[in-house]
Each structure stands twice: as C-alpha cells, then as structure tokens.
Design a protein around this ligand. Structure first.
Ligand code: SF4
Length: 91
C-alpha cells in the first residue's frame, strides 16, 4: 500500500467519535508539543472534551507514541503501555 492509499485508509477508517472532538477545528500543532507536557490550555480543552475517554483509549490501544491524547502526554501514557503489556504477559 502506498502512502496515498494509507492516507485515504486513515480517513475512511477514522473513528466516528473524532467528529465530536473539541480539538477538531483547532491547530493540531497545539496537541503535539515539541518537548514535554502539553500546555495547561490544551489539558483544559481535553478535560472538557466530550470524547476524552474514547480519545485516550484509542491512543493507548493503538500505541500512539506522539502528542497529547485525552489530555495526557506521551510520557504519561508510557506508564499505561507498560502496565497493559505486563498484564498481557501475566506478570
Ligand atoms: S481529548 Fe482527545 S479528542 Fe478531545 S480535545 Fe483532547 S486530544 Fe482532542
């Protein structure tokens, strides 16, 4: 599959909850800080977002390593990935 096909597939496969996201009309760069935690302004948007739970679940289940999802930074989610991995391995 070439990159255009992947791009089209991502749009077609886009989860329906994304249409209700508080960030859908905002600058995506706000949610992908170059370094460190998201700004308070971004966390505030996420904490009042009607699909915060779906967003965070999507990121964790898909192993998203970049950006702010559900108001959590990639670093904050990393602990969740580790916990899920250990649970899968029965540790
Ligand atoms: S919780 Fe997710 S969908 Fe909602 S504003 Fe934050 S990043 Fe966007």
């Amino acid at each position: 599959m070439n990159s255009f096909d992947q791009f089209v597939k991502q749009i077609v496969d886009r989860p329906t909850w994304m249409g209700r996201a508080s960030c859908s009309n905002l600058d995506v760069e706000m949610f992908f800080p170059k370094k460190g935690a998201p700004k308070k302004e971004v966390v505030k948007i996420c904490n009042s977002c009607p699909v915060q739970e779906e967003c965070l679940s999507f990121a964790v289940l898909n192993g998203e390593r970049q950006g702010t999802w559900g108001g959590l930074s990639s670093g904050a989610r990393r602990g969740m990935y580790t916990k899920i991995k250990k649970e899968k391995e029965g540790r």
